[in-house]
Design a protein around this ligand. Structure first.
Ligand code: BGC
Length: 416
């Protein structure tokens, strides 16, 4: 009896290990979704694929904004070991497509009618040379403020609508002994704030000229200097321990009533939700003062690395799953972003999500939708990283605003 059972157990173990081996080989996904809120959203994708019998091999690379993930990706590809699928932003997709590394997803895109439902602003990055090379999972935007409602109420602070009102609000919080701005001093986080500050300071035409067209005059202008001056003001409202802090730990300061504001993309909402906080009750979401009409967006897309002449069945299934309307709703409700498809109803989204969807549609309609400089949607990584260096050096007081403007012009020039 015993030996019969053990035979069964052995047989089962062999079967189980071969199944899990087969599954493990299915899709290996490289991503940087490692915070609590991000992991919860990723789980929605994992579960969805699991339900379809597609195995998941996780390749997380910590580090917000994906800087480290892109370094790991380069190393993997160079050593001839590219992952099956990779989370990517904007111009990084284009750069890899230019190298001929990405699988052509046209078959699944045309079978699923992606052309009709993915907005032009995203298609610009999902396609290379007219061919689909990535499946967009969401649209995030960077010009948001996440605020602690209790602190604002206790101090009688109204939602700031202008730069001056924001400065007055930050001052009031600082005077009360709390931290006004929860921030993590990492280049991509400094740059995320700069997205909003430049938009608020110079307006949409200026943002376009400076960050997207890389117009020298705009980059070297007094308006840019004023934007840097405003960064110095914000710097005076962060706490002493801001240097190197991860973005989700900065979110936690707002969540835990330690800080009043975080200027961050809407992935921050994922952290508030994960902590059981509710929009309008515990926290407020609003556009960075002076950018109420604009949206500086970034979209997480999944590109499939070539494994043969055509994408594998698993790669196609992953791409199809990512673009399914029900998945786009379920995933983005948790992630804090909004769907990449225009035909997904906002029914399941909370107040911030509904606002995000409305803002995106309105900005796109009125010509106020711009790719985020900080998140790879304004220029290729070479230019983005050159900007990061200057923004961070200025934020940390290594450059005054005048020097920063000059450095920005020359760094961008050299990077092109
Ligand atoms: C990505 C988000 C991510 C955030 C922080 C952004 O670049 O688009 O999905 O949550 O970085 O890691």
């Amino acid at each position: 009896m015993r030996s019969t059972i053990s035979k069964y157990v052995t047989a089962f173990a062999v079967l189980a290990s071969s199944v899990s081996f087969a599954q493990a080989a299915d899709v290996e996904v490289l991503h940087w979704w490692t915070s609590g809120g991000e992991a919860a959203a990723l789980n929605v994708l994992k579960k969805d694929l699991e339900g379809q019998g597609i195995g998941w091999q996780d390749m997380p690379v910590a580090g917000g904004g994906g800087t480290q993930a892109m370094t790991v990706l380069r190393a993997r590809v160079t050593s001839g070991n590219a992952p099956t699928a990779v989370q990517m932003l904007g111009f990084d997709i284009t750069d890899w497509a230019k190298e001929g590394a990405l699988a052509n997803l046209n078959d699944v895109a045309s079978a699923e009618g992606w052309d009709k439902v993915v907005p032009e602003a995203l298609q610009k990055f999902s396609k290379y040379d007219g061919q689909w090379v990535a499946a967009p999972v969401n649209v995030h935007s960077t010009n948001w403020v996440w605020a602690n409602k209790k602190i604002l109420d206790d101090l009688g602070i109204e939602q700031p609508k202008t730069w001056d009102e924001l400065v007055a609000a930050m001052q009031k919080v600082k005077d009360s002994g709390k931290t006004a701005v929860a921030h993590g001093g990492q280049p991509w986080q400094d740059a995320t704030i700069f997205d909003a500050v430049v938009m608020a300071t110079g307006g949409p035409e200026f943002y376009q000229k400076a960050f997207i067209d890389l117009d020298k005059e705009a980059l070297g202008s007094d308006t840019m200097k004023e934007a840097f001056d405003r960064m110095t003001v914000i710097r005076s409202f962060v706490d002493d321990n801001f240097s190197g802090r991860d973005w989700n730990l900065a979110s936690a300061m707002v969540i835990n009533d330690e800080a009043a504001f975080q200027f961050m993309g809407d992935w921050a909402k994922g952290e508030f939700l994960k902590a059981g906080k509710k929009p309008d009750e515990d926290f407020l979401c609003f556009r960075f003062p002076g950018t109420q009409e604009q949206v500086t967006f970034n979209s997480d897309q999944f590109a499939m690395f070539k494994q043969g002449d055509t994408p594998s069945e698993e790669q196609k299934a992953l791409a199809k799953a990512i673009m399914a309307p029900s998945f786009q709703s379920a995933f983005n409700v948790v992630k804090g972003s909004v769907p990449a498809r225009t035909d997904v109803p906002d029914t399941d989204f909370d107040a911030c999500g509904k606002k995000g969807m409305k803002d995106l549609a309105a900005a796109s309609e009125s010509g106020n939708l711009f790719g985020s400089m900080a998140h790879g949607h304004a220029n290729p990584a070479s230019v983005k990283n050159a900007m990061y260096d200057v923004i961070t050096a200025q934020f940390n007081g290594e450059y005054d605003s005048e020097t920063a403007v000059q450095e920005l012009v020359s760094a961008v020039d050299l990077a092109q």
